[in-house]
Design a protein around this ligand. Structure first.
Ligand SMILES: Nc1ncnc2c1ncn2[C@@H]1O[C@H](COP(=O)(O)OP(=O)(O)OP(=O)(O)O)[C@@H](O)[C@H]1O
Length: 311
C-alpha cells in the first residue's frame, strides 16, 4: 500500500521546468531521503504533495487521495517547509497550541497532545519561553513539533537540519529516528547531507533536473558507485610494502597499488574488494589496515554525472 504515488508529474514556472516527469512511490511506514542538487525540484515536489500546487501534467496521490482535494487528507500530512518561522512573541507551547487548533485537534485533547509533543522534541523545559530566545536547533525541533502535533500519517520535511551545528543535527536525528520508527508513519525528507540519509533512511531517491534519476535501497545505491575502495595497510617490521604493492598490481580488481612509507595503499573496484583484502592479508606482515568505502556521496555524484548537468 503506497502512502505517496507520484506519476510523471510535470510542473513549469514560466520558462523554467521544475518537474520534468517525476515519478516516486513511497510505501506506508517507509523513511525515504530525497537527495538533490540545488534547484532539482524537491521543494516543488513537496508543494504538490501537500496540495499547495497542482501538477501541470501527471498525477499525485497521498494516502490514496488528491492532496488538493480537501482538508481531511491534508490534516494527516505534516509538512515542515525549509524556512519555517514563528512569531517571536509566542512561547513554544503557544505555537504548538496554535498549530494543534489549526490542524483540527479537539479542544479537550489539545493541551495533553501539546505537552506530549514538547516532550518528544525535547522542549518541555523551554515550553513557556518566548520563541525569539530559542536557538536554531530548538526552533527546528519546534518546527518538527508543529508537524507532529496533529499525529500525522505522512511527514514531509524539507531540509530540516540545514544550518544546524553537529549537536543540533544529532538531537534532531534522535527525535526523527524515534518518530520514523513508529509503525505506519511515512517520512520523506530532503537533504544535501548524504550522511544523514545514510543514517536515517532505508531508501534514497536522487532528484536531478526535475526527475528521480536513481532510487533504491541505501546499501544498493552505495554499491552503484564507480569509485574505488581504498585499503591502507600498515606493514610490520617483517613486511615489505614495496614488493607487496608490486605483486598486488597484477591482481584482478586492483586499480592501483603503491607504497607510502610503511603503508601499502591499494585501490580496488568495490566488487573485488573482499578478494583483494584477502590478498593483502596474505602479502606479508600486515599489522593493521583501514578500508575506506565509497559512500552514498560518490553514488550521488555518479547518478548525477550520468544524467549530465541540468539545462
Ligand atoms: N515560484 C517559482 N517561480 C519560478 N521558478 C521557481 C519557483 N519555485 C521554484 N522555481 C524554480 O524551479 C526549479 C526547482 O526549484 P525547487 O525549489 O523545487 O528545487 P529544490 O530542489 O528544492 O532546490 P534547493 O535544494 O535549492 O532548495 C528551480 O530552477 C527554481 O528556480
Amino acid at each position: 500500500m503506497y502512502a505517496i504515488e507520484v506519476e510523471n508529474a510535470r510542473k513549469e514556472y514560466g520558462a523554467v521546468t521544475a518537474l520534468d516527469g517525476l515519478s516516486l512511490r513511497v510505501e506506508r511506514g517507509e523513511t525515504v531521503g530525497l537527495l538533490g542538487t540545488n534547484g532539482a525540484g524537491k521543494t516543488t515536489l513537496f508543494e504538490l504533495l501537500v496540495g499547495l500546487r497542482s501538477p501541470d501534467a501527471g498525477s499525485v496521490a497521498v494516502l490514496d487521495r488528491d492532496p488538493t482535494d480537501g482538508v481531511a487528507t491534508r490534516r494527516r500530512v505534516g509538512y515542515l517547509p525549509e524556512h519555517a518561522g514563528f512569531p517571536d512573541e509566542l512561547t513554544g507551547r503557544e505555537v504548538l497550541r496554535f498549530h494543534a487548533r489549526m490542524r483540527g485537534v479537539d479542544a479537550e485533547r489539545r493541551d495533553h497532545r501539546v505537552a506530549r509533543v514538547l516532550e518528544t522534541v525535547g522542549l518541555t523545559d523551554a515550553a513557556d519561553r518566548r520563541v525569539e530566545g530559542y536557538s536554531n536547533g530548538m526552533a527546528r525541533r519546534l518546527g518538527l513539533g508543529t508537524v507532529l502535533v496533529a499525529d500525522p500519517a505522512v511527514l514531509l520535511l524539507d531540509e530540516p537540519t540545514a544550518g544546524l551545528d553537529p549537536y543540533g543535527v544529532e538531537a534532531f536525528h534522535d527525535v526523527l529516528g524515534a518518530v520514523a520508527s513508529a509503525a505506519d508513519v511515512t517520512v520523506v525528507f530532503s537533504s544535501h547531507v548524504l550522511g544523514e540519509v545514510e543514517a536515517l533512511c532505508d531508501r534514497a531517491a536522487v532528484v536531478h533536473g526535475g526527475r528521480v534519476v536513481t532510487d533504491g535501497d541505501v546499501d544498493a545505491l552505495r554499491r552503484q558507485t564507480e569509485e574505488n575502495v581504498t585499503v591502507r595497510a600498515t606493514m610490520g617490521s617483517d613486511g615489505d610494502a614495496d614488493s607487496a604493492a608490486e605483486r598486488l598490481r597484477s591482481r584482478d580488481g586492483v586499480e592501483r597499488a603503491t607504497e607510502d612509507g610503511a603503508e601499502l595503499v591499494v585501490e580496488c573496484t568495490p566488487t573485488r574488494a573482499f578478494a583483494v583484502l584477502e590478498a593483502i592479508r596474505e602479502s606479508g606482515d600486515v599489522e593493521r589496515f583501514t578500508v575506506r568505502e565509497p559512500g552514498l556521496e560518490s553514488a550521488f555524484r555518479t547518478a548525477v554525472a550520468d544524467r549530465g548537468e541540468r539545462a
